[in-house]
Design a protein around this ligand. Sequence first.
Ligand code: 5GP
Length: 213
Amino acid sequence: MAPVRAVIPDDFELPVDAFDIPLCYQGDLSGVVIPEGLVRDRVRRLAKDIHAEIGNKPIALLCVLKGSYKFFTALVEELTNARSACTEPMTVDFIRVKSYEDQSSTGQIQIMGLSNLDELKGKSVLVVDDISDTGRTLAKLLTTLKETGVEKTWTALLLSKRVKRHVDVPEDFVAFEIPDKFIVGYGLDYNQKFRDLGHICVMSPAGIEKYKN
Ligand code: 5GP
């Protein structure tokens, strides 16, 4: 049975003023979709689900930068706890993928830092990504990993958007399913801003205008 996802309803947003928002982002946000504390709780359970599925195998965790840096750190910490009785080690690797400008996909997916990928040959890899929207980025990365000779892949996603995918991709472990909104925070950016914001939020029109390229 596939692990349960936490589903965020279409109209669910908490008032920004009910949260501690850094001064630099005051006025730039219109709602909190997922508070940081909830992400932490959910990641703890997700790590247990991942461990229950993968078990005591040597596993390489691949962090897809930049968007998943916070999720990756939290997941590695929780997985380390969940795997405390494992005899096989877990390793970490990093790759950078870029596809968005402003609020839309450029349709061109650049994978950078590929030289590392040879180290993943013959391994079982858990790809840790921030969000699946059209599915194109993850699909391209999974194809590249297969071509590199990776033996087995699983995917762990912080967010899965409730939209029709352009490409079908396996979403093995998903922390939250969210409505079709452009969101920022907890590692996700708008033109490189908001990655340092703890909560997952929706931007206000003023925020969109302020950081437009
Ligand atoms: P896809 O290829 O699935 O359309 O998009 C995946 C990538 O687009 C993600 O890794 C992320 O960088 C970016 N992306 C998609 N939706 C959003 C969003 O709502 N907010 C932000 N900040 N980035 C997004």
